[in-house]
Design a protein around this ligand. Structure first.
Ligand code: BG6
Length: 487
């Protein structure tokens, strides 16, 4: 039986890639697993002049492509489609919202979720149009997709426009990394186990590395990506969110504001990176033609919609520092890039060396303990311990205590969007960014962008299929460290 009351989910941008590839498939799974009330409704909105049947056929094709065949059940799909409707509405023309009003008239008062999967410049006008047509009720929620601005000022302008219609408790700013199973698990690991907290500080941790590497290039998203680059696309959002959850103080409970207050403190404690130290603290890279997973791929400048002289970074590495008691002196190395050798996201916590070595020196006896939290593809946690190699003599070697989530919990992993949509429907804001958090993240990122502009150097080239420019290894080597690259 469902714990939810009836609700309407309305998607602006319903024919877009995100809706067809992620959002609607996530809802299909939620439906198939029987977690929805009988009267829930989904409404797709987009400019394209389609009938409901046209939309269902478009959706069916997309979902058959994106949902694994073993999970696609025709009967469940047809039943799911009964809940889906479509209207051709132009988000830039609120006159069309009258049709929306009629659609709502068919149902009584219930939770309404408007999911804005459109360009951010439309967020303000759409919210205004909704308000003008009396479609915003106290039970209404709005979901905003990234990118939320391209700097602090533009993000604030969006927040101002949306905030003039919706109260903060009604606004769900999505960062899909917060919906990933292992990110949730980070909370469980840190705050459900007592063994980590005494070690989770400058006394025991030597350095932290956060990597999100992708094999894909810019794909067909050049128009969006080129004005953004890796810093805005990945660091300002996903990587800083991971950093916050990893570094924050224990919140007093798991409620939205308790968690978000602590994340905000981390963002505010980040040491500024400016033109003065930008060279020492950051590396920008841009991929050139190469081969990824054995297949030749073009360079960034040869991709569709990319200006031939573009200086946009497709790779970034940063040494971040958190100026507070817990983390003073512990470097947090962040790196992310497209066209790297593998698709992988992981957090590595390297602990300090033992204070006094009594084991005979060998190649491995200086290896510190290491906790590796793998977000994707094979989600799990590994704790590397030094153990003795069996046999004569005292030879030691790092071996992992290996917790593989797929192996341990043999059920389907939820997609990030599936979890986040369920959280929106239930009105739980813990996994969504608050306005002040977003502003604080931009406040740290803006001076880096300014520093790069002042430096006026092109990004360093790297060959597709390699781990980024050599300068990224030099960045971490300056602290006597190396990126963890073996899998
Ligand atoms: C998106 C970025 O937010 O995250 C993309 O805009 C990136 O450029 C994607 O590819 C990565 O997400 P995931 O879940 O595939 O790691």
């Amino acid at each position: 039986m469902s714990v939810l009351s009836n609700f309407d989910l309305i998607f602006f941008g319903a024919t877009g890639d995100l809706a067809l590839r992620k959002l609607l498939p996530a809802l299909y799974f939620a439906y198939r697993d029987g977690k929805q009330p009988a009267g829930w409704r989904i409404l797709g909105l987009a400019r394209r002049d389609l009938t409901r049947d046209d939309y269902l056929s478009l959706l069916g094709d997309a979902c058959r492509h994106h949902i694994p065949a073993a999970d696609f059940d025709d009967k469940a799909w047809n039943a799911f489609c009964e809940h889906v409707d479509y209207l051709s509405v132009d988000g830039t023309d609120p006159a069309g919202f009258a049709a929306l009003k009629d659609w709502f008239a068919q149902s009584g008062e219930r939770v309404r979720v408007f999911y804005l999967s459109t360009a951010a410049r439309l967020f303000g006008p759409i919210c205004e149009g909704l308000a003008q047509h009396g479609l915003v009720t106290p039970q209404t929620r709005v979901v905003l997709e990234k990118p939320l601005g391209h700097d602090c000022a533009s993000a604030e302008a969006i927040n101002e426009a949306v905030g003039s219609i919706f109260a903060e408790r009604q606004i769900f700013r999505i960062d899909h990394y917060l919906g990933k199973e292992t990110v949730q698990n980070l909370l469980a690991l840190r705050f459900g186990n007592s063994i980590f907290e005494p070690l989770w500080n400058r006394g025991s941790v030597r350095d932290v590395q956060i990597t999100i590497s992708e094999q894909v290039g810019v794909e067909e998203r050049g128009e969006y990506y080129d004005p953004s680059g890796a810093l805005r696309d990945m660091v300002q959002s996903h990587m800083l969110q991971l950093l916050c959850i990893l570094a924050m103080e224990p919140p007093t409970n798991i409620d939205a504001d308790a968690v978000r207050d602590e994340k905000l403190k981390v963002l505010r404690a980040l040491r500024p990176i400016t033109a003065a130290n930008i060279k020492e603290k950051t590396v920008r890279g841009q991929y050139r033609a190469g081969a990824v997973a054995g297949k030749p791929v073009p360079g960034y400048l040869e991709e569709a919609d990319i200006p031939p002289d573009s200086q946009t970074e497709t790779y970034v590495a940063i040494k971040a520092e958190i100026d507070n008691w817990r983390w003073s002196g512990v470097p947090f190395f962040l790196r992310t890039g497209k066209r790297l050798p593998e698709r992988m996201a992981e957090i590595v916590v390297n602990f300090r060396q033992v204070p006094h070595a009594i084991l005979p020196p060998s190649t491995n006896s200086a290896e510190p303990n290491r906790l590796v939290i793998r977000l994707q593809p094979d989600e799990g946690v590994k704790l590397f311990l030094l153990v003795k190699v069996p046999g004569e003599g005292m030879r030691v070697k790092p071996v992992a205590l290996d917790l593989d989530f797929a192996e341990t919990f043999k059920h389907r992993q939820w997609e990030a969007y599936e979890r986040l949509l369920r959280e929106v429907i239930q009105g739980n804001l813990t996994l969504f960014m608050r306005r002040d958090e977003l502003a604080a993240a931009w406040r740290w990122v803006d001076p880096i962008l300014e520093g790069w502009r002042a430096m006026d150097e092109p990004p360093k080239p790297y060959t597709a299929g390699t781990w980024g420019p050599a300068a990224a290894s030099a960045l971490i080597l300056r602290d006597g460290l190396a990126w963890r690259e073996e899998t």
